[in-house]
Design a protein around this ligand. Structure first.
Ligand SMILES: [Zn+2]
Ligand SMILES: [Zn+2]
Length: 349
């Protein structure tokens, strides 16, 4: 049996690189040799406390760039052995009410590589037919780095969110959360024409790391009331769009309070299950004509736009990826990420 190295998570906070069998090529899917795989915020949550869809031991990783090693006999993919792919992990059923109306992000039967199938923090990953079928896999343009192609996925969700929020020319945008997602939102809001983008976090270190994305101002909400700060920065009016990319419940409350009349609030981050009713003042929503927008995941169209954003440099993947680790150093890298020392880490087998 052919063996490979893979990250195996035994239980929360217990993980290592082990020898495991190379997965079989799915009859109607692909076997991919991994070139780079990102470690996502959701992976960190699973490393910390498990996940409802995952039974340990398990291999995570859904931000994948790799080359096709083998194509299944019954696979109808348009690609060839050796092609380099950026692999979006979401698989949609294609037949539910939402898929058939083009809103794949709301698919009733959505599955994800790294959750429903073993992930890409390994030398090889099997790509099932469900992932091949609906267009979240793209050929990587020549000249693009493997590590850059691996981070198309998190950018796709941000593209979806800002499309829903209609971030537009001249807007003032506030982003809560200076993590990797918050940084993408800053770059993307500017690309969409926002004149001013402010970034809020409770952690000064994270705000310093996010400086590379040139926010027009940062607000440390541990030392400053963010609502007051935004009102001051906007001549008392508030911001057109507020993107909440943090699980902190208080951020949702503050986002509503700092919105300009007619403003849009995007809840991008999920809240802890036991603390997901943060006490928003709905009278502000009513009298100021605010819109609260929910969003998660993305559809293939957003995935394609994300690729172009990286290719054009409008979202600077080189600034976003702060660490490239060898897969053998996964323990070191993941432990650094778990204590917030890594903006985005990508692993190379
Ligand atoms: Zn991800
Ligand atoms: Zn569906």
């Amino acid at each position: 049996m052919k063996m490979m190295r893979a990250v195996v998570v035994e239980r929360p906070l217990v993980f290592s690189v082990k020898q495991v069998p190379v997965p079989a090529t799915p009859r109607d899917g692909l076997l991919v040799k991994v070139l780079a795989c990102g470690l996502c915020g959701s992976d960190l949550r699973t490393l910390r406390s498990g996940h409802k869809n995952i039974t340990f031991p398990w291999t995570l990783g859904h931000e994948i760039c790799g080359t096709i090693e083998e194509i299944g006999d019954a696979c109808t993919s348009p690609w060839h052995v050796g092609d380099r792919l950026a692999i979006g992990p979401l698989a949609y059923c294609g037949t539910c009410e939402f898929c058939t109306s083009g809103r794949h992000e709301l698919c009733e039967n959505q599955k994800e590589l790294g959750q429903h199938w073993p992930g890409g923090l390994a030398e090889y990953v099997a790509i099932p037919a469900e992932c091949v079928k609906l267009g979240n896999i793209q050929l990587v343009p020549e000249g693009m780095k493997d590590t850059h192609a691996a981070v198309i996925e998190p950018i796709s969700s941000c593209v979806h969110a800002q499309e829903k929020a209609r971030v537009s020319l001249g807007d003032t945008v506030v982003v809560f959360g200076a993590g990797p997602i918050g940084c993408i939102h800053v770059a993307l809001a500017k690309a969409r024409g926002a004149f001013r983008v402010y970034l809020i976090d409770i952690d000064g270190n994270r705000l310093a790391m996010a400086d590379a994305f040139n926010p027009d101002g940062t607000i440390n909400s541990a030392v400053q009331d963010p609502v007051e700060a935004v009102r001051k920065l906007t001549g008392g009016k508030g911001a057109e769009v507020i993107i909440v990319a943090t699980p902190a419940p208080i951020a949702a409350v503050q986002a509503v309070e700092m919105a300009k009349k007619g403003g849009r609030i995007v809840q991008f981050g999920g809240l802890p299950h036991h603390d997901s009713k943060p006490g928003i003042d709905m009278n502000l929503v009513h009298y100021r004509g605010l819109t609260i927008i929910g969003t998660s995941t993305f559809n293939p169209r957003h995935n394609r736009t994300a690729m172009q954003l990286v290719q054009t440099g409008l979202v600077p993947a080189d600034k976003f990826i702060t660490h490239v680790f060898s897969l053998d150093d996964f323990e070191e890298g993941a432990n650094l990420a778990l204590v917030g020392k890594v903006l985005k880490g990508v692993y190379v087998p």
